[in-house]
Design a protein around this ligand. Sequence first.
Ligand code: KG4
Ligand code: ZN
Length: 368
Amino acid sequence: MVSSRSSSKPLTVLGIETSCDETAAAIVTRASDGSGMIRSNIVLSQLTEHAAFGGVVPEIAARAHVEALDGVIAAALREAKAGWNDLDAIAVTAGPGLIGGLLLGTVTAAAIAAARGLALMPINHLEGHALTATLTDGLAFPYLLLLVSGGHSQFLLVEGVGRYKRLGTTIDDALGEAFDKTAKLLGLAYPGGPSVELCARNGDPERFDLPRPLTGTAGCDFSFSGLKTAVRQVAEANAPLSDQDLADLCAGFQMAVGDVLEDRLRHAVAACRSGPNGRPGHLVAAGGVAANLYLRERLEQAAAALGLTFIAPAPDLCTDNAAMIAWAGVSRLVEGFPASDNIAARARWPLDEAAEPVIGAGRKGARA
Ligand code: KG4
Ligand code: ZN
């Protein structure tokens, strides 16, 4: 039985991730001392399939997962030099995300688990992002988490495995969505986040005056739709845009985002310190937008000014992957969460189920 924290038996888990446009599988082992090792981490991106449409097309994503998943799982086992008998469990993303990919992932995982007699762990994709720093940095609970991705932008207090308190969230667009829409309206390549970051490198962030929505207001919610609209207005007023105009606009957008994150972080930290939940010593950034090097630097400075140590997983562990899903499975097994034979895919699945839903829809639906 692989369910006790005191168990010192090593655990090896296959993770499967198909919630959006990456088909991913990974093998992660937790050693007897509690440390984690990523033995393989295969991510097959569908970028080229979706690029022509400037965003993820659910039907295309589902079909691409069907074609790729078996091969990706086989590659993960091969690269880890592992066989089915080496596994203790299969962890699979059961939500939130695009339902076609989630159904394929959960059905595939359930079939393998039944055929091979393995434990099956349904995982919330957001929990995968939330726990990554405990794998990469051996970080202990509690910590403050900024989860910024294509479908969500939240501050959470991570108190333990399965224990998340949402402190703030977006009231409209997710931050990754704002990057993607900004890139699209400026004619930059999909996916937008990396394109905006690259374009911003040669830009003057002070040239255009852009808003910093919600800064100075109480709480630590976000709003990004007005910023995106302001970028559109500046772009229209200065059309046709030269390469330098584009760079200045992207740099201005990123700086505005950095200022917003800094302000909201101050409020999130104040909320933690005045609440009953203790004083986290670390700020963790996770999710695809946390791969942005400019924002990582801004967050590191802002955290230091507030007395927090900043941790962000390597960029390829910030964007979607299955190692984080395998590790969430390991973490749940260790904490004694039950395995399940019957997994229901959930398009929506908030990490803090007790938090009030907030109006707003991310790229993949109202994931926040
Ligand atoms: O976590 P993720 O890979 O998928 C979701 O769960 O949504 O995040 C994808 C999002 C996209 O919106 C993408 O544009 C953004 O993360 N992203 C970035 C960067 N890399 C990915 N945003 C800003 N800068 C980046 N370097
Ligand atoms: Zn994600």
